[in-house]
Write a protein that binds this ligand. Structure first.
Ligand SMILES: [Cu+2]
Length: 173
Protein backbone atom coordinates (compact mmCIF):
# COMPACT_ATOMS: atom_id res chain seq x y z
CA UNK A 1 0.00 0.00 0.00
CA UNK A 2 2.79 2.38 0.96
CA UNK A 3 4.83 1.59 -2.15
CA UNK A 4 1.83 2.29 -4.39
CA UNK A 5 1.24 5.64 -2.69
CA UNK A 6 4.89 6.63 -3.32
CA UNK A 7 4.55 5.87 -7.01
CA UNK A 8 1.47 8.09 -7.29
CA UNK A 9 3.25 10.88 -5.46
CA UNK A 10 6.30 10.72 -7.67
CA UNK A 11 4.10 10.90 -10.79
CA UNK A 12 2.53 14.05 -9.45
CA UNK A 13 5.82 15.60 -8.46
CA UNK A 14 7.42 15.38 -11.88
CA UNK A 15 5.09 17.77 -13.73
CA UNK A 16 4.98 20.16 -10.77
CA UNK A 17 8.78 20.23 -10.70
CA UNK A 18 8.93 20.85 -14.45
CA UNK A 19 6.39 23.66 -14.22
CA UNK A 20 8.46 25.24 -11.44
CA UNK A 21 11.64 24.93 -13.47
CA UNK A 22 9.98 26.51 -16.51
CA UNK A 23 8.75 29.41 -14.37
CA UNK A 24 12.28 30.02 -13.10
CA UNK A 25 13.65 29.90 -16.66
CA UNK A 26 10.95 32.37 -17.75
CA UNK A 27 11.87 34.82 -14.99
CA UNK A 28 15.57 34.56 -15.82
CA UNK A 29 15.19 35.57 -19.47
CA UNK A 30 16.67 39.08 -19.66
CA UNK A 31 14.18 41.75 -20.80
CA UNK A 32 14.74 43.22 -24.26
CA UNK A 33 16.52 46.57 -24.45
CA UNK A 34 13.29 48.47 -25.21
CA UNK A 35 11.41 46.92 -22.27
CA UNK A 36 14.29 47.72 -19.90
CA UNK A 37 14.26 51.38 -20.97
CA UNK A 38 10.64 51.95 -19.93
CA UNK A 39 10.25 53.77 -16.62
CA UNK A 40 7.10 52.40 -14.99
CA UNK A 41 5.32 54.53 -12.40
CA UNK A 42 2.04 53.80 -10.61
CA UNK A 43 -0.21 56.27 -8.84
CA UNK A 44 -3.15 55.16 -6.71
CA UNK A 45 -6.08 57.56 -6.40
CA UNK A 46 -8.64 57.51 -3.59
CA UNK A 47 -10.57 59.89 -1.32
CA UNK A 48 -8.64 62.20 -1.18
CA UNK A 49 -5.07 61.54 -2.21
CA UNK A 50 -2.60 60.55 -4.88
CA UNK A 51 -0.06 57.93 -3.72
CA UNK A 52 2.76 58.64 -4.23
CA UNK A 53 2.13 62.39 -4.21
CA UNK A 54 5.41 63.10 -6.00
CA UNK A 55 6.63 61.60 -9.28
CA UNK A 56 10.13 62.17 -10.68
CA UNK A 57 10.81 61.71 -14.41
CA UNK A 58 13.70 62.46 -16.73
CA UNK A 59 13.59 64.18 -20.11
CA UNK A 60 14.18 61.67 -22.90
CA UNK A 61 12.98 58.58 -21.07
CA UNK A 62 9.96 56.51 -22.07
CA UNK A 63 7.41 56.34 -19.27
CA UNK A 64 4.41 54.18 -18.56
CA UNK A 65 2.39 56.01 -15.93
CA UNK A 66 -0.42 53.87 -14.57
CA UNK A 67 -3.22 55.60 -12.70
CA UNK A 68 -5.61 53.46 -10.68
CA UNK A 69 -8.75 54.60 -8.91
CA UNK A 70 -8.95 52.58 -5.69
CA UNK A 71 -11.61 54.91 -4.29
CA UNK A 72 -15.39 54.68 -4.10
CA UNK A 73 -16.22 57.65 -6.35
CA UNK A 74 -14.91 58.87 -9.73
CA UNK A 75 -11.66 60.87 -9.77
CA UNK A 76 -9.81 62.98 -12.33
CA UNK A 77 -6.11 63.08 -13.04
CA UNK A 78 -4.83 66.27 -14.65
CA UNK A 79 -1.39 67.88 -14.76
CA UNK A 80 0.04 71.28 -15.59
CA UNK A 81 1.28 74.50 -14.08
CA UNK A 82 -0.39 77.77 -13.17
CA UNK A 83 -3.48 76.21 -11.63
CA UNK A 84 -6.52 78.41 -11.24
CA UNK A 85 -8.21 76.93 -8.22
CA UNK A 86 -11.45 78.52 -7.13
CA UNK A 87 -14.77 76.94 -6.29
CA UNK A 88 -16.13 77.47 -9.80
CA UNK A 89 -13.07 77.27 -12.05
CA UNK A 90 -10.04 75.04 -12.24
CA UNK A 91 -7.51 74.52 -14.95
CA UNK A 92 -3.87 75.01 -15.87
CA UNK A 93 -2.30 77.94 -17.63
CA UNK A 94 0.12 75.40 -19.17
CA UNK A 95 -1.06 71.84 -19.75
CA UNK A 96 1.54 69.09 -19.20
CA UNK A 97 -0.53 66.37 -20.87
CA UNK A 98 -0.58 68.34 -24.15
CA UNK A 99 3.25 68.31 -24.10
CA UNK A 100 3.48 64.60 -23.27
CA UNK A 101 0.94 63.48 -25.91
CA UNK A 102 0.40 60.12 -24.19
CA UNK A 103 -1.06 56.98 -25.68
CA UNK A 104 -3.81 55.97 -23.28
CA UNK A 105 -4.87 52.39 -22.60
CA UNK A 106 -7.05 51.08 -19.81
CA UNK A 107 -10.53 50.40 -18.61
CA UNK A 108 -13.32 52.35 -16.92
CA UNK A 109 -11.81 55.71 -17.84
CA UNK A 110 -12.69 58.63 -20.11
CA UNK A 111 -10.07 60.91 -21.71
CA UNK A 112 -10.90 64.50 -20.78
CA UNK A 113 -10.10 67.97 -22.03
CA UNK A 114 -11.81 70.94 -20.45
CA UNK A 115 -11.08 74.57 -21.29
CA UNK A 116 -12.01 77.18 -18.71
CA UNK A 117 -11.84 80.92 -19.56
CA UNK A 118 -10.63 82.53 -16.34
CA UNK A 119 -12.78 85.30 -14.91
CA UNK A 120 -9.66 86.79 -13.35
CA UNK A 121 -7.59 87.49 -16.48
CA UNK A 122 -9.53 86.11 -19.45
CA UNK A 123 -6.87 83.48 -20.21
CA UNK A 124 -8.27 80.05 -20.97
CA UNK A 125 -7.05 77.41 -18.54
CA UNK A 126 -7.14 73.79 -19.61
CA UNK A 127 -7.54 70.54 -17.74
CA UNK A 128 -6.42 67.55 -19.77
CA UNK A 129 -6.18 64.02 -18.51
CA UNK A 130 -8.61 61.29 -17.62
CA UNK A 131 -11.62 60.65 -15.45
CA UNK A 132 -11.50 57.23 -13.81
CA UNK A 133 -14.52 55.40 -12.47
CA UNK A 134 -14.08 53.42 -9.22
CA UNK A 135 -11.92 50.43 -10.17
CA UNK A 136 -10.76 52.22 -13.32
CA UNK A 137 -7.21 52.10 -14.56
CA UNK A 138 -5.37 53.87 -17.35
CA UNK A 139 -1.76 53.65 -18.52
CA UNK A 140 -0.30 56.74 -20.18
CA UNK A 141 2.72 55.88 -22.33
CA UNK A 142 4.92 58.73 -23.54
CA UNK A 143 8.48 59.84 -24.14
CA UNK A 144 9.27 62.87 -21.98
CA UNK A 145 10.16 65.86 -24.20
CA UNK A 146 12.96 68.25 -23.14
CA UNK A 147 10.51 71.17 -23.00
CA UNK A 148 8.59 69.37 -20.23
CA UNK A 149 11.40 69.97 -17.70
CA UNK A 150 10.16 71.64 -14.55
CA UNK A 151 7.83 71.13 -11.60
CA UNK A 152 4.21 70.43 -12.41
CA UNK A 153 1.07 69.97 -10.37
CA UNK A 154 -1.12 66.90 -10.66
CA UNK A 155 -4.67 67.37 -9.48
CA UNK A 156 -8.16 65.98 -9.31
CA UNK A 157 -10.30 68.92 -10.42
CA UNK A 158 -13.66 67.51 -9.29
CA UNK A 159 -15.43 69.85 -6.87
CA UNK A 160 -13.71 69.87 -3.49
CA UNK A 161 -11.26 67.06 -4.26
CA UNK A 162 -8.11 69.16 -4.80
CA UNK A 163 -8.88 71.14 -1.64
CA UNK A 164 -9.31 67.87 0.28
CA UNK A 165 -5.85 66.61 -0.70
CA UNK A 166 -6.03 65.23 -4.24
CA UNK A 167 -2.92 67.00 -5.40
CA UNK A 168 0.70 66.19 -6.00
CA UNK A 169 3.75 67.10 -8.02
CA UNK A 170 5.58 65.83 -11.06
CA UNK A 171 9.23 66.83 -11.23
CA UNK A 172 10.88 66.46 -14.64
CA UNK A 173 14.67 66.88 -14.85
CU1 LIG B 1 -11.01 63.23 -6.97
Amino acid sequence: MNARKDVICSRIRIPVFLAGALTVVGLCVPPSASAAAVHKVSVVMKEFSFTPAKIELKAGETVELTLRNAGEVAHDWMAGEGLVNTSDEKGFRKDLVALLKPEERGRKFTPERVGVPSKADGITRVSTGAELEPGGEVTLRFTVPADAKGTWIMACVLTGHYESGMKGSIVIR
